[in-house]
Design a protein around this ligand. Structure first.
Ligand code: HQG
Length: 189
């Protein structure tokens, strides 16, 4: 039940709020009271459940403040994406995708496609999980985040996810050894 509500909240706050009478301001915030009303009508539960979903979300998908709620990332509707919860970006990040997409990505770069941003993970393991939403055996790309920052590209942290407007091909390589070097990554940071 909570997973279903969480998915609905993601949809509402990232993609189709207006269909349910939910307006987002320029930073993606919606009135919690209105969101609560929509959720109550649909699922028969209220604010405490929403609060619990936000607090225990494993990826930090949502944020509550001053009687408002927003999704931190993943939007298809236009909101301001230019904020970050941290300026500490790991030197390498990862992206899991369909193997069939790899050639196009190496040629054209990582594009946000239907969303506003490209989404990157801190570990190979998380990238594989993201890729599994698309296919059974995803490919993992390693992103030279340090190199991107050095060249002036912005990388932002939102919840557990890292985002960029675009990742040019020069910073992307296919990761063949899928052993997770998350710990090493942290040490070298
Ligand atoms: C691919 C979930 C061909 C890209 C996840 C991806 C994430 C290209 C797909 C977050 C391409 C877009 C986002 C190119 C990019 N040629 N394919 N040049 N550039 N692509 O769903 O990163 O659980 O919009 O590789 O965990 O899979 O919902 O992006 O496969 O954090 O909170 O185009 O959504 O978070 O797919 O997922 P998506 P994503 P939540």
């Amino acid at each position: 039940m909570e997973i279903r509500i969480s998915k609905f909240l993601s949809g509402l706050l990232r993609h189709f709020g207006p269909k349910f009478g939910i307006e987002l301001d320029e930073d993606g915030w919606a009135e919690l009271e209105k969101v609560e009303r929509v959720v109550r009508e649909r699922y028969g539960v209220g604010r405490d459940i929403i609060q619990r979903i936000v607090e225990k979300d494993a990826k930090g998908r949502f944020e509550l403040a001053n009687g408002r709620i927003r999704a931190k990332y993943g939007h298809s509707v236009a909101v301001n994406t230019r904020w970050s919860e941290s300026s500490e970006i790991p030197p390498r990040l990862y992206h899991g995708t369909r193997p069939e997409a790899v050639n196009s990505i190496l040629e054209r770069g990582l594009l946000p496609m239907k969303r506003l941003e490209v989404h990157l993970s801190e570990s190979v393991k998380e990238a594989i999980e993201v890729g599994r939403r698309h296919c059974k055996n995803p490919a993992v790309l390693e992103i030279d985040a340090k190199g991107m920052l050095r060249k002036g590209y912005e990388i932002r942290k939102k919840g557990k996810v890292y985002t960029a407007d675009f990742v040019p091909p020069e910073f992307i390589r296919v990761k063949n050894d899928l052993n997770d070097d998350f710990e090493q990554n942290k040490v070298r940071n």
